[in-house]
Design a protein around this ligand. Structure first.
Ligand code: FAD
Length: 431
């Protein structure tokens, strides 16, 4: 396709807002602006919104991928002045106010960058080549295939050492993603693998490692929740290695800074993320974590009519001197505030500076165990009550009634018998 062609958005008298990225932030913004006095264009490289907090359940064969994604076109059916394009934005020209995509270019009056974040390997190319990330539903599905494939291979690997490489799994990063994955894997080891692979000695042979560079899990949560999560995981048989920094992974063993190594072919990388700004923005706008420096009105530094929300945006405010946590609530609240400001602008009203309302944080560790921190009043709790809160919050946050129902049914079946029939290895046709 000729990249100089336009991506065919009708010209209109309305000002055009182009939103790049239909994640939590971009989607909230698009939905809040759909009946406003603007022409809204949503561009995403996928034709669906992804619910990232449940990727780990797809990877652990607990949920079908289709239950946690939702097609954009269905969300915006019947909306006037709302256009969707499925393509990747590769460049922005802030002077010409124009975006470039493989389908052609698109002009904007206002540009919102809501491209989220990608896995950060901190420059280690070997780790990037061999480790398994989990930043998209496609990667979660790939991880599922990989785990199941390796267990199939283990059946036909009689020698102990090579079999260990296939059955052992290391997760790097003790944040919510790593902790939730470790908990789900421990449950899989206890309840599913012995039934599916009775020929393997699962209990004795399978080890799940959670490797964390710092001295505690769930950085950003309370010390109580962090200690509880560690206790839960250790009770479940997860080998939690604190103060352990991964230096390399060659696809056969993961190497630690203290000189030790763990033989495994599967390293799940949940150790960090970095912002995904679009090429063409001024260097001065890019700051910590490859994020875009924005002011309290979401305006990108040294740019005109360019805004950023969500994981890609770095904003300092009182109470958050090092920027906000890269979580869904921040993205949603930023999207909502920016949409409100666009509407206020049309009415000649004063714009509202963004202020994050922290509703709390939580993580689940297997069945009937979770930790929850609520900031005001400061409350921390764990166990089954926290787990029920976790279930409800996530269920309500998933888009679509059918998705909510399917996820709920899956959870009920899983709770009763741990025996989902989703453990399928689905591969593209090999020519
Ligand atoms: C495994 C995992 C678990 C998580 N669990 C939790 C949790 O329990 N609670 C919580 O609050 N947060 C959680 N998070 C973090 C949360 O998902 C993010 O903070 C949130 O998704 C950020 O929203 P966003 O809108 O900034 O970006 P995203 O939701 O990442 O959306 C970015 C969108 O931009 C699109 N895109 C990117 N680049 C381009 C481009 N160049 N052109 C076109 N489209 C593009 C992508 O396809 C995507 O749709 C989790 C994240 C992960 C990965």
């Amino acid at each position: 396709m000729d990249p100089t062609t336009k991506i065919n958005i009708p010209e209109s008298d309305l000002e055009r807002i182009v939103i790049v990225g239909g994640g939590f932030g971009g989607l909230k913004l698009a939905r809040s602006l759909r009946r406003s006095n603007y022409q809204v264009v949503l561009i995403d490289k996928n034709n669906y919104h992804q619910f990232q907090p449940l990727f780990y359940q797809v990877a652990m064969a607990g949920l079908e991928p289709s239950s946690i994604v939702f097609p954009f076109r269905k969300l915006f059916q019947g909306e006037k002045n709302m256009y969707i394009r499925v393509t990747e934005v590769t460049d922005v020209d802030p002077v010409a106010k124009r975006l470039q995509t493989p389908l052609g270019h698109c002009n904007y009056d206002h540009l919102i960058i809501a491209t989220g974040a990608d896995t950060n390997y901190f420059g280690n190319e070997r780790i990037q080549e061999h480790a398994l990330p989990m930043k998209s539903v496609a990667e979660a599905l790939y991880l599922r295939n990989n785990i199941l494939d390796d267990y199939e291979d283990a059946l036909t690997t009689p020698e102990y050492d090579p079999r260990q490489e296939l059955v052992d799994i290391a997760i790097v990063g003790g944040g919510p993603t790593g902790v939730e994955l470790a908990g789900a894997l421990a449950e899989m080891k206890k309840h599913v693998l012995p039934k599916d692979y009775p020929e393997l000695h699962i209990e004795e042979e399978v080890d799940i490692y959670l490797i964390q560079a710092g001295d505690h899990l769930l950085k950003g949560m309370s010390p109580e929740s962090s200690a509880k999560a560690l206790r839960y995981l250790e009770d479940m048989g997860v080998k939690v290695l604190l103060n352990s920094r991964v230096t390399d992974f060659d696809g056969k063993a993961v190497f630690l800074k203290d000189g030790t190594s763990i033989p495994t072919q599967k390293v799940i990388w949940a150790a960090g993320i970095k912002g995904e700004p679009i090429r063409g923005l001024p260097e001065s706008a890019i700051t910590y974590g490859n994020r875009l420096a924005v002011d309290r009105y979401h305006r990108v530094k040294d740019c005109e009519d360019i805004y950023a929300v969500g994981d890609v945006a770095y904003m300092e405010e009182e109470g958050w001197p090092q920027g906000h946590p890269q979580v869904a609530q921040v993205a949603i609240q930023m999207g909502k505030n920016l949409a409100g400001n666009f509407k206020r602008r049309k009415k000649g009203k004063e714009l509202t500076a963004f202020s994050y309302h922290d509703k709390g944080s939580m993580a689940t560790i297997g069945r009937a165990r979770a930790v929850v921190d609520i900031p005001k009043p400061s409350i921390h709790f764990g166990g089954i009550f926290a787990w029920l809160v976790w279930l409800l919050v996530h269920l309500f946050a998933i888009l679509g009634t059918k998705n909510k129902l399917f996820v709920f049914l899956n959870w009920v079946v899983n709770y009763i018998n741990y025996n989902q029939s989703l453990r399928l290895i689905i591969k593209p046709k090999v020519k």
